[in-house]
Design a protein around this ligand. Structure first.
Ligand SMILES: *Cc1c(COP(=O)(O)O)cnc(C)c1O
Length: 418
């Protein structure tokens, strides 16, 4: 039998069953990719992307045509009025931090209505390690409305929670938790309630890992924010982030990114424009491959007897599959397998380390063309209970599938030796 990777025969059998079970969901992903690709191509055409937009600038970057066109292409494709897309955002956290510092003032209140935000945002907001220049240090109060028992927004208490809010904050993806992703229709439903009780509140969505997963973005928000080494970079953008929203709020964010009076008028693009445009052009397809990889991983590890997330019937709104491996050894083995099936650094062994911004050791496996890119096949996990691993990415389904099978092989080997 054709088996160049030498997978155990019982794994090959299971992978066939898993893949048979994927057909319907794969076809739904392809349908979404078709709709989203149409929007993206239409935005390229409407905004007259030309060869000169592909070349960057140096120095101050005044009048960089490519940079301005990229802003419009992102905004237009996402159905948002405006956007700022820059390689100068060093990560998703930086883009979110810039946006929050841009729109919040002392004595304002930010209310997260999807529970505790993503780990790195805790320090930005001041939930942890205060005195570090957090929002709280500047007099911004933080409040939190936890998700209800089924992982949905707590609609019953939403009205009261957001009455005094200046910013109502949503996190679309599950992050390092086992809660379901908050899908676009939920954000829409909750936003409608927020607008009624507090029309002045700005609705801000951490859109990381969510872009192009559904047929639309949460355009009901005032700002949506994400990272270019995740979904909208399409695996091609080398760094950067975006903030999309109204021109007025985007200006405030740009002022925070650069300086008062400078705003979005400057910031050279070096040689990043072509990769940003090409990556964004490919992104609906790339996300489709990542989703297929995630779905396959979920089906396979369910067959192997593990608890997997999203659970049956859950609407996917991010590219993540979480797998409850239940012990540190299996977790490390899984990551080793993902790493060994990567196109780059396949020979490396991932180890847990104290990453800046996180409060427990984190293990990360990614053999990526862009360092740390999690739109490429990657697995990561904080080394703590419940020893679950979060898998995402896969630039192509066929290679993503092999990476998952490598991880499964390592897990099977450890289990049979236990
Ligand atoms: C990745 C991610 C972020 C930002 O993380 P960076 O590593 O700084 O890009 C924020 N929120 C969520 C839910 C994420 O998945």
């Amino acid at each position: 039998m054709h088996n160049p990777f030498d997978f155990p025969p019982e794994l090959i059998e299971m992978s066939k069953l898993a893949e048979d079970d994927c057909i319907e969901e794969f076809s739904a992903c392809e349908k979404t990719a078709r709709i989203r690709s149409e929007q993206v191509l239409a935005a390229f055409i409407r905004n007259r992307v030309s060869d000169c937009a592909l070349h960057g600038s140096s120095g101050y970057g005044y009048g960089d045509i490519g940079r301005d066109i990229i802003d419009r292409v992102f905004a237009d494709s996402f159905g948002m009025p405006d956007a700022i897309v820059r390689h100068n955002f060093v990560s998703g956290t930086h883009a979110i931090s810039t946006a929050l510092f841009g729109v919040l003032k002392p004595n304002d209140i930010i209310v997260s209505v999807t529970g505790k935000p993503y780990d790195t945002l805790e320090e930005v907001i001041g939930i942890r390690n205060n005195g570090n220049g957090s929002l709280r240090d500047y007099g911004v109060e933080y409040r939190q409305l936890d998700l209800n028992e089924s992982g949905e927004i707590d609609y019953k208490n939403l009205k009261d929670a957001v009455k005094e809010a200046s910013v109502v904050y949503f996190q679309r993806s599950r992050g390092y938790s086992l809660r379901p992703a908050t899908c676009v229709s939920e954000i829409e439903k909750a936003s409608e309630i927020v607008r009624k009780v507090n029309p002045d509140a700005k609705i801000v969505v951490d859109n990381c890992y969510g872009e192009f997963v559904e047929d639309r973005e949460p355009t009901c928000a005032d700002l949506i924010i994400g990272s270019l080494i995740k979904n909208p970079g399409g695996g091609i953008a080398e760094t950067g982030g975006y903030i999309a929203g109204s021109p007025e709020l985007i200006e405030q964010c740009a002022t925070r990114l650069t300086f008062a009076g400078g705003g979005r008028e400057l910031g050279c693009t070096l040689n990043q424009n072509r990769n940003m445009l090409l990556g964004f052009f490919l992104a609906p397809e790339t996300v489709c491959s990542a989703l297929k990889t995630a779905i396959f991983a979920q089906k396979l590890f369910t067959l192997m007897g593990f608890k997997t997330f999203p659970q049956k019937g859950e609407v996917r709104s991010d590219i993540i599959t979480a797998i409850g491996l239940g012990d540190a050894k299996l977790l490390t083995a899984f990551c080793r397998g993902i790493q060994s099936g990567s196109p780059v650094d396949s020979f490396a062994t991932p180890e847990a380390w104290e990453m800046p911004g996180y409060d427990s050791k984190v293990i990360m496996a990614a053999g990526a063309f862009t360092m740390g890119a999690s739109i490429e096949l990657s697995a990561d996990a904080p080394l703590r209970e419940p020893y679950a691993v979060w898998v995402q990415g896969g630039l192509t389904y066929n290679t993503g599938r092999l990476g998952i099978l490598k991880a499964a092989t390592e897990v099977i080997n450890i289990k049979s030796s236990q």
